[in-house]
Design a protein around this ligand. Structure first.
Ligand code: ISL
Length: 560
């Protein structure tokens, strides 16, 4: 490990600022709210805090639509509040990483306002403008420049009357895509990034960074049966110049700095082979990727096509990534984030065995090779929200999907059932600090309802309480910090065909860590081959050493 690879032993905690802590009673979380809860993070033992976007934004996609990269949205506070937060994070020995959303801006960003104003505006080419398809009437359905669909339903093109052309938006129509082919765009982004680093932040989580390079021919994508729009494919995902752009970014922004930074690329749709390229230390692009394969094991063609969860499919997928990045590259480890339902509701049991299954997920997460990321509330085993009506949802993806599906004739109750399982709002309900009426999140009316189960599930009931999900995470984080085998060990799957057990070893310089987990709601027996491995080894995480495992029980042994 080189000195600069400090992040291999780190644990990252993601904050969704809107939902973390509200200091001024307006119902929306803010920077001072975060500052007031830093001791929670220090107690947990995390090394890095990643803040989802807090920049100025019209909030069409809750801050992932940025209208001023160098300012803080008044909802969250001010630049002075951010500086104070950075100082206090640093004072506790932690680092602060910001979200970098540069695949697109808000349509209210001055760059876009200029770009859309006329065809000969100097910033016209900063975005992807195209005329209607030949022989069609501009603005009419079917006249879009190509058949791409947006991630948030509908076409990826929006007609703009000012100049009679369309602009590309892979996400909402208020998130026009920047044209990275234009070197001025790249320089503007790099100088903004350098400005933040000079302000003292410690790196970036780069939103959809593997979508920044598009094939300038913008070819139609393959239309799958039953779908209206074409796939984006390699014309966009890990596109033609993406590695060149990231290497350039590294040269221009990071290489001149002699600091321990964390650079993580969010890369939906990335393959293992591409992930190796992004994270090979020799190519100097990013330190690690955030990939999505394992959070797609319970879905069909789209995220709304919900399939029953099968642990064996999840396990096989995780193993593939462990093996695929064993020699070169590095992965981020996570179960959920602000775009995913809550892990314990999705992969565990959010009823009777909530605590045990949340602990099992934690054990498997922290013991893999890679850098673990906790999303706020994971450390408490927070669950999905019991949504009943569409009015209870806020997320643009969920709301668009509901209306689009109902328009196409689907039964609203069926659509709601899918939203309940998969909506991003499950992760966005306020952090549950205590059992008071708004869970200690706000003294006002929260922007999204607090989960009624906060009376049971909250930080006050768990911090310092033996056996809690919080204390389990804390012990696992401490183990990573003190045990090199957790950081550097190789990964070998054990009993890969077992229907209940998730078991593996991590070996490094004569130390072997053995993880055994009963990933099911039924008791399990340790097969002889596992029992032998555990026999006589030191139990470092877990409560019992017998050869049977209770439902959702997980343990970690060490043999030196
Ligand atoms: O959440 C998803 C769909 O359910 C993902 O496809 C998600 O859109 C994708 O991972 C990119 O996410 C990131 O960029 C989006 C933003 O809405 C997400 O919150 C962000 O994490 C656009 O900026």
């Amino acid at each position: 490990m080189t000195e600069t690879e400090w992040w291999r032993s780190a644990v990252v905690y993601q904050i969704y600022p809107r939902s973390f802590a509200d200091s001024n009673g307006d119902g929306v979380g803010d920077l001072d709210g975060i500052r007031g809860h830093l001791d929670h993070l220090a107690t947990l033992g995390v090394d890095v805090v990643w803040l989802s976007p807090v920049y100025r934004s019209p909030m069409d996609d809750n801050g992932y639509d940025i209208s001023d990269y160098q300012n803080i949205d008044p909802l969250f506070g001010s630049l002075a509040d951010l500086d104070a937060l950075v100082d206090e994070v640093h004072a506790r020995g932690m680092k602060l990483v910001m979200d970098l959303v540069v695949n697109h801006t808000s349509d209210e960003h001055p760059w876009f306002t200029e770009s859309r104003s006329s065809k000969d505006n100097p910033k016209r080419d900063w975005y992807w403008w195209r005329p209607a398809r030949d022989g069609t009437v501009p603005g009419e359905p079917g006249s879009e420049p190509n058949n791409w669909g947006s991630f948030f339903s509908g076409s990826a093109w929006e007609y703009d009357e000012t100049t009679g052309e369309y602009y590309l938006h892979l996400f909402s129509r208020k998130q026009p895509d920047l044209n990275w082919e234009n070197p001025e765009v790249r320089q503007a982004v790099y100088s903004m990034m350098s400005w933040w680093l000079a302000r003292g932040i410690d790196g970036f989580r780069m939103d959809v960074i593997n979508l920044i390079s598009k094939d300038p021919a913008l070819p139609d994508g393959e239309v799958r049966p039953g779908e209206e729009h074409g796939q984006l494919g390699r014309s966009v995902i890990d596109g033609p110049r993406v590695h060149e752009f990231l290497a350039e970014m590294h040269r221009e922004v990071f290489a001149p700095l002699d600091r321990e930074l964390l650079l993580v690329g969010e890369t939906p749709g990335v393959t293992i082979e591409e992930a190796r390229k992004y994270t090979d230390p020799a190519s100097r692009e990013v330190d690690m990727v955030f990939q999505f394969d394992h959070v797609q094991v319970d879905r069909g063609a789209s995220k709304w096509d919900v399939l029953p969860f099968d642990m064996r499919v999840l396990r096989a997928d995780l193993v593939q990534w462990q093996e695929g990045l064993a020699e070169v590259g590095w992965n981020s480890l996570y179960w959920d984030n602000h775009d995913q339902p809550r892990a314990v509701s999705r992969f565990g049991d959010d009823g009777e065995c909530r605590v045990e299954s949340a602990k099992l997920l934690a054990t498997i997460l922290h013991l893999q090779r890679g850098t673990p990321y906790l999303y706020q509330g994971d450390e408490l085993g927070m669950t999905n929200y019991p949504f009943r009506t569409i009015e209870e949802f806020d997320d643009i993806e969920s709301v668009n999907y509901f209306h689009e599906s109902v328009r196409q004739g689907e039964d609203p109750d069926d659509v709601l059932a899918r939203l309940r399982a998969m909506s991003r709002d499950n992760a966005r309900t306020p952090m549950q600090w205590d059992d008071s009426p708004q869970a200690g999140f706000t003294t006002g009316t929260p922007w999204l309802a607090v989960n009624p189960n906060h009376v049971e599930i909250n930080a006050a009931r768990q911090v310092g309480v033996p056996g809690s999900v919080f204390e389990h995470h804390r012990a696992l984080i401490a183990l990573r910090h003190e045990e090199p085998a957790v950081v550097h060990g190789d990964f070998t799957m054990l009993v890969p065909d077992d229907d209940q057990l998730f078991a593996f070893t991590r070996r490094h310089e004569g130390t072997e860590m053995v993880v055994v987990a009963n990933f099911s709601g039924k008791p399990a027996e340790l097969p002889g081959v596992l029992a032998d491995r555990c026999e006589g080894a030191e139990l470092v995480i877990g409560d019992r050493t017998s050869t049977d495992l209770l439902p959702w029980e997980s343990r970690v042994y060490r043999r030196a």
